[in-house]
Design a protein around this ligand. Structure first.
Ligand SMILES: Nc1ncnc2c1ncn2[C@@H]1O[C@H](COP(=O)(O)OP(=O)(O)OP(=O)(O)O)[C@@H](O)[C@H]1O
Ligand SMILES: [Mg+2]
Length: 317
């Protein structure tokens, strides 16, 4: 078996890790004060940063999950799943962030979340876990932007500092719970200029740029981003698109039987950024993103491709 290519680069994933408890299937919304018995439940780590880190661990990519933690019965369990990162997480005297979700027969889901530790993650917590000087080629991914409310308020300074330290910066903000507004765009533009990659889905891309087509959205966003930046739109069953200066790429999704789309975008981010930290080109990164996401959403229990099969794609090119 071939050895994994050497790299001295690391991907730092910054954001929300929480407990997800998903129960299936709720056919009818229960009456207040009653108990509904559902067929199955699944308890797992979640959150954008958590989902991405699970995929990175399976790919054996060099990564660190930069986060914080609460102080209850779930704390040790979450930490035990990320043994290389968790010793650096600061503990807050609060509940672990937890999402309880129910799935409906049409595959829609309803979620309930507490606040917990993720709203307390601060810039100081992050900067203490990220080396003061980046290795050439290191990336930081910021995700769960709108849920990490304390950190979000510090984004302009956080991104500026990470840039000063020499990191390339990717952001997957997700959809803002209060919807896009001009005021929010004005805030986001303050950090967009530090951003080397935006990894959003279609509606998020359109909303962020306030545009009608993905092409015009990407062009508008790229103009405000760092030099040589990528704007990536994740398009569900249609795969993913990438725009950079003088470059447009499309990678179709592999046809898969979907069993659970939770964290599709986060799994994509793991594949996409893994390719970049190995110094591979954006076309390969798109392929890796689509492959990792396709594998994750079509398996139960969840599976990811191994690095050998991803590097196999490189050889085919
Ligand atoms: N039905 C599908 N069939 C095949 N691939 C899919 C499907 N849905 C998602 N994917 C893959 O997962 C990637 C990310 O999914 P999507 O575009 O839904 O991102 P997202 O909305 O950010 O996801 P998330 O809900 O995790 O935030 C897509 O680019 C595609 O490669
Ligand atoms: Mg997403």
């Amino acid at each position: 078996m071939k050895a994994k290519p050497d790299t001295h680069t690391t991907l730092y994933v910054v954001g929300n890790i929480n407990v997800d408890l998903i129960m299936s299937t709720l056919y009818e919304w229960p009456k207040k004060g009653t108990e509904a018995m559902l067929e199955s439940s699944s308890l797992r780590p979640g959150g954008s940063a958590g989902n991405c880190a699970l995929a990175l661990a399976a790919l054996e990519s060099p990564y660190r999950l930069v986060a914080n933690q609460g102080n209850d019965q779930f704390t040790g369990w979450l930490a035990s799943l990320f043994p290389e990162s968790a010793p650096y997480w600061p503990t807050y005297d609060c509940e672990t962030s937890l999402t309880f979700g129910v799935t409906h027969p049409d595959h829609e889901r309803t979620f309930f979340s507490n606040q917990g530790h993720i709203v307390r993650l601060s810039m100081q917590d992050v900067l203490a876990q990220v080396p003061e000087m980046a290795q050439p080629g290191d990336w930081v991914l910021l995700c769960g932007t709108w849920l990490c409310t304390t950190l979000y308020a510090e984004y302009p300074q956080l991104l500026a500092t990470l840039k000063q330290r020499g990191y390339r910066i990717a952001v997957d903000s997700g959809w803002p719970p209060e919807d896009w507004s001009d005021a929010l765009r004005e805030q986001a533009n303050k950090w967009l200029k530090y951003c080397d990659a935006l990894l959003l889905n279609e509606v998020e891309t359109l909303g962020f740029a306030n545009a009608k087509t993905l092409e015009s959205a990407a062009k508008n966003l790229l103009e405000q981003m760092a030099d040589n930046a990528f704007c990536v739109a994740k398009c569900g069953p249609d795969g993913a698109r990438l725009w950079a200066k003088d470059l447009t790429l499309y990678q179709q999704a592999e046809p898969v039987e979907v069993v659970d789309t939770i964290g599709a975008g986060d799994s994509f981010n793991a594949g996409f950024l893994s390719a970049l930290i190995y110094g591979l080109p954006p076309a390969t990164a798109l392929q890796w993103g689509v492959r990792v996401a396709g594998c994750a959403i079509s398996s139960s229990p969840r599976q990811y491709p191994d690095w050998q099969s991803l590097f196999g794609l490189v050889e085919k090119i």
